[in-house]
Design a protein around this ligand. Structure first.
Ligand code: AHM
Ligand code: MG
Length: 335
């Protein structure tokens, strides 16, 4: 499988039998995401060329300005998944409510729901810095043949069947897991094909990079402040390097390759932090754990949190296992 020139299409087919629930449905679903990723990649790449930048005038459920590419990416992913009739429900960071697919007929035969952040890190779009798409896939918990309900989406991360991201960077990459390690594929834009370029990706056990928006330092909990000071101390292999793109997918991707920790803590101005449990933290946590890394809210495992609402936010500590554990020590000391 790790031979040269394996395409994502081939990889999906060859690994189908190793999926926990092998029916071909999940393969088709990942194929649909691959297709939507290429369409969105095309749009992101030409963003600087045509006049589609700037706020679309809408405000999303979190009260943030929506930019045109967010809207576009949201539409493309939803359209592709709907048209192919391979999911029973979709929830998106850009939509107030979940979407029930096939709600106008009697079918509802599909097993999977998809949760998606169509274009994360959107403040980076109009300055030509990398953005990403994040997706998370679950089996529905309500009976097949009935419309999906909120319950199908409010599942803890441990129930994820697959998760991944697309990073629209210097190269475009699709990185995903179906619970059997993490593999990364790089798009050859000349022919529109993703090739297996990063087989079996793993976080180094520890690293020297910390990624946090230090501009918010004054608002951080004391445990986070102390951990940041620890990172900056001249001792052993420290001080660490600070790298913060402000684009979760890109910060995560770099840290997975080089070794590092990403932190978006709660603060005195954002009591639950900023990132969304369902669209951002759970899929990244699944990827992190599958790549030998770790993801927590500073105290407990992200993937064990029982969600109570679609757009729920949580503090997020994610990256090389030993670094996350060290940050947790600092958090525990201030509890
Ligand atoms: P978004 O979903 O509105 O794009 O917000 C999520 C992004 C993450 O990608 C990034 O890590 C973080 O927000 C940056 O936030 P801040 O500018 O507050 O540091
Ligand atoms: Mg986001």
């Amino acid at each position: 499988m790790d031979r040269k020139n394996t395409t994502l299409g081939e990889f999906i087919i060859e690994n189908q039998s190793s999926f926990q629930y092998s029916s071909g449905e999940l393969s088709k679903l990942i194929n649909a995401i691959r297709l939507a990723a290429k369409v969105v990649n095309h749009e992101v790449n030409k963003a600087g060329l045509i006049d589609i930048l700037g706020a679309a005038g809408d405000t999303n459920i979190q009260g943030e300005d929506q930019q045109k590419l967010d809207v576009l990416a949201n539409e493309k992913f939803i359209q592709t998944l709907k048209n192919r009739e391979i999911v029973c429900g979709i929830a998106s960071e850009e939509e107030d409510d979940f979407i029930s697919v096939n709600s106008n007929d009697e079918k509802h035969q599909n097993k999977y729901v998809v949760l998606i952040d169509p274009l994360d890190g959107s403040s980076n779009i109009d300055v030509n810095v990398s953005v990403g798409t994040i997706f998370s896939i679950y089996r529905r918990v309500t009976p097949i043949g009935t419309p999906v309900t909120l319950e199908d989406f409010l599942q803890p991360g441990v129930n994820q069947v697959a998760a991944g991201y697309i990073v629209y960077g210097t190269s475009t990459m699709l990185v995903y897991t179906t619970g059997d390690g993490v593999n990364g594929f790089t798009l050859n834009p000349a022919i529109g094909t993703f090739y297996l370029s990063h087989p079996r990706m793993q976080f180094p056990e520890t690293g020297k990079i910390y990624s946090v928006n230090e501009g918010n330092y004054i608002h951080f909990p004391q445990g986070v402040k102390n951990y940041i000071k620890y990172c900056q101390l001249e001792e052993g292999d420290r001080p660490y390097t600070s790298r913060y793109i402000g684009s979760l997918v890109s910060d995560f991707h770099r840290n997975m390759i080089k070794g590092g920790i990403y932190i978006y803590p709660k603060s005195s101005v954002a009591m639950e932090g900023k990132l969304r449990l369902l669209y951002e933290c759970n899929p990244m946590a699944f990827l992190a754990e599958q790549a030998q890394g770790k993801a927590s809210d500073g105290f407990k495992r992200i993937m064990e949190i029982q969600p109570t609402e679609l757009h729920q936010r949580v503090p997020f500590f994610c990256g090389s296992r030993k670094m996350v554990e060290k940050a947790e020590e600092f958090m525990a000391a201030q509890k």
